[in-house]
Design a protein around this ligand. Sequence first.
Ligand code: GLA
Length: 335
Amino acid sequence: MSADQYELTNSNGMRVQVLGYGGIIQSVEVPDRDGVLANVALGFADVQGYVDHPGPYFGAIIGRFGNRIAKGQFTLDGVTYSVPLNNGPNSLHGGLSGFDRQIWKCREVEGGFALSHVSPDGDQGYPGELSVTVTYTLTGDNALRIDYEAVTDAPTVVNLTNHSYFNLAGAGSGDVYGHLMQIHADGFLPVDAGLIPTGEIASVDGTAMDFREPIAIGARIRSDEEQLLLGGGYDHNWVLRGAGLREVARVVEPVHGRTLTVLTTEPGVQFYSGNFLTGTFAGAGGAAYRQGDGFALETQHFPDSPNHPAFPSTTLLPGSTYTSTTIYHFATTNE
Ligand code: GLA
């Protein structure tokens, strides 16, 4: 197993470690309001940890298709394709051997590095040879930028994301229920018991899904609303306002004062509150990860898009380039 590790640093002391294995963001050290550095990304101390515990997808590049495809089936140009069922009756995060388990090639670029991977035609059942490049760069003001690009030689579907879980008080320091979450979305996608979108875009108004104003993640997580019970907490896609690269979410950890602002070109974000973390393994700092110990904001097209023609399209044709950009911008506040 390749143990290649790449690093981004800046003059504020911020340091990001990325593995060639899965393109995994292994750690993100950022200062708090007193300048004290802590790693805020959940993960393991070495590659073996990720190999042994692939289930949470800590920090990984997700592809070819982020989130779920219902019954592992979709139709493109009249042909039905089957992709692996690795999440009950559905396919999750690209299948049994997704991009999170590939060894990516690295080359330096200005301000960072680019990881690349060629997924052969038929890989995990997906059509077309897909060539993917994911570029990580870090700015002087603590913005970690991820640019995704992909091209194919036959029609296919693509939905790439990064599956980092953050805890702005420090990974392994406890739960994130006191973090204030804000998501710039008026609607979300209700799901069924298998966490597949029903197709409806529901208003967040009057529900526990309303994050239009900052509110603690834990404030309503034990509500008996059906959607929260189905997800075991938050595990839904929000339909983001606007288009182009814009701010879509902001998270504030009030005790240490670290903030995370997420910008993306994507139409959706999966806010996942770490519901499947079970306390059965420990992370890099030695503490076991339990339910709610991290939050993920997975910028993406909507789950199961290939089976929902009304959702923004995830089809990629030969001659076109898939592009996507997400920025995780860290800062501090005295709020
Ligand atoms: C996504 C999914 C969750 C879960 C995690 C990984 O967030 O929506 O249901 O699979 O990935 O554990």
